[in-house]
Design a protein around this ligand. Structure first.
Ligand code: FAD
Ligand code: MG
Length: 404
């Protein structure tokens, strides 16, 4: 009981510190308005919402949900009321800020936090009653029918597994569990254990039945892990909740997966900081000016441990069985949908700079910013006008050419 109270108090303290402007250990991009100049958007701001709810609509939240009250700011610059709430869910800090003519109702945040909780209960491989856990438990035994959402998420995950030729693999679960990075059980496994876990990885061995929306992992011991893509998917779902309730201007931050809704009400772009991979949690390398975009980062500074001077981080290479060691320290993806940014940030990280940059150039719908261990920043052309560097410790090179 004493232990639970201590954990609860710790979480409250952390939430309070988050409220004061610092960001979570997982934050890969951080939202900021402090240092950036803003730029007029091309469209005028839409109508701000009213959030109409039926009186009897109830969103049942877990009793132990860690959540703040609303912070309400009358913002002259955007001529709007900014209502923000924070929570601690899916192992990370969540901050949602709604910009509107009036204070956004608690019920909107109830619905948002309920939505996150609902996904977590279905997607987390660490929750025994989740759909993913049911799939994993039935590996090698039988197919499991899943909800439409999870079906769609698995299909998305397979897209990234295919495009990266398995460098991103949604069946990486056994290797993630073995290394335990980010948990108290983190350790360097023996090579025999790594070999055994790697033998259980293989997205080709997922059998899908579209008619029944059922998923079958063909070999006993296989495990789905959607941790590299789910936050983006959930962020997109929250955006839809906000839009459905008639709000047109908001910023969603799921532990650094930042998704912006529209522009600010006065048509200004949002300013989203890109985390300094060598700095503290609120340090940034620069700012991206965005509207209606997602920015997701993956890096070696999020979850890691250091042993004998080597950093073992949580982005694993399914081909080697080890945390991916290349010259990248972080990758940030700007995309329309956050699920794409999330899937691609992890995929491109494992690809490494040469392959990832070449791939990014083939896509008109995404922009990518790379930070290397030599403190160089490269980015695809579309970010030239959008990225404002703020940190002189980094050399901003811009476009990357392979010989460098
Ligand atoms: P990303 O780069 O997007 O993803 C890295 C993660 O993806 C790794 O942690 C690993 O899980 C997986 N991965 C690593 N390598 C690969 C690869 N090559 N291919 C595919 N996947 C790979 N954290 C907690 O501490 N406690 C919790 O209770 C908890 N619950 C969660 C519940 C849900 C539904 C989700 C989505 C996440 C939860 N998390 C929790 C966080 C989770 O464990 C991951 O750490 C997090 O999703 C990593 O996201 P990221 O953006 O930091 O990094
Ligand atoms: Mg990811």
């Amino acid at each position: 009981m004493k232990g639970r109270l201590a954990i609860w108090m710790l979480c409250v303290a952390l939430i309070l510190s988050a409220c004061q402007g610092s960001v979570s250990e997982q934050t890969t991009g951080s939202e900021t308005d402090s240092t950036a100049e803003t730029e007029k958007g091309v469209e005028t701001g839409g109508e701000t919402g009213t959030g109409i709810y039926a009186n009897d609509e109830v969103f049942e939240l877990p009793g132990d949900l860690i959540r703040s009250n609303s912070t309400v700011v009358d913002d002259n610059k955007t001529q709007s009321i900014i209502t923000s709430q924070e929570s601690y869910q899916i192992g990370t800090y969540i901050k949602i800020s709604i910009y509107a003519d009036e204070q956004a109702p608690d019920k909107l945040f109830d619905e948002i936090f309920y939505t996150i909780d609902d996904y977590e209960k279905r997607i987390s491989k660490n929750i025994e009653t989740s759909e993913v856990d049911a799939i994993n438990a039935a590996a090698g035994i039988e197919p499991v029918a899943v909800s439409d959402d999870l079906w769609a998420l698995i299909l998305q995950g397979l897209t990234y597994s295919e495009l990266s030729d398995g460098k991103f693999d949604i069946t990486i679960g056994p290797l993630v569990d073995l290394w335990g990075i980010g948990t108290d059980a983190a350790r360097i496994p023996a090579q025999t254990e790594i070999d055994a876990a790697m033998a259980m990885i293989g997205y080709h061995d997922i059998e899908l039945d579209a008619a029944n929306h059922s998923v079958y992992l063909k070999r006993e011991g296989m495990k789905l892990d959607l941790g590299a893509i789910a936050k983006g998917y959930i962020a997109d779902a929250i955006k839809q909740v906000i839009l459905n309730r008639g709000y047109a201007h908001a910023i969603i931050n799921l532990g650094g997966n930042v998704l912006t809704v529209g522009t600010k009400p006065n048509s200004d772009y949002w300013s989203v900081g890109v985390r300094d991979p060598n700095g503290g949690q609120s340090d940034i390398v620069g700012i991206l000016k965005l509207r209606d975009n997602s920015i997701v980062s993956s890096g070696i500074y999020e979850r890691f441990f250091i042993e004998n001077g080597v950093r073992y981080h949580h982005i694993l290479n399914p081909y080697t069985g080890y945390p991916e060691q290349n010259h990248l320290v972080s990758i940030s993806i700007v995309s329309e949908k956050s699920v794409d940014g999330d899937g691609l940030s992890t995929s491109l990280f494992v690809m490494g700079l040469d392959e990832a940059y070449a791939y990014a150039e083939t896509r008109d719908d995404i922009e990518v910013l790379f930070i290397t261990d030599e403190n160089k920043i490269y980015y695809t052309d579309g970010l030239a006008e959008v990225f404002v560097p703020t940190n002189t410790l980094y050399e901003v090179v811009g476009a990357y050419t392979k010989s460098e």
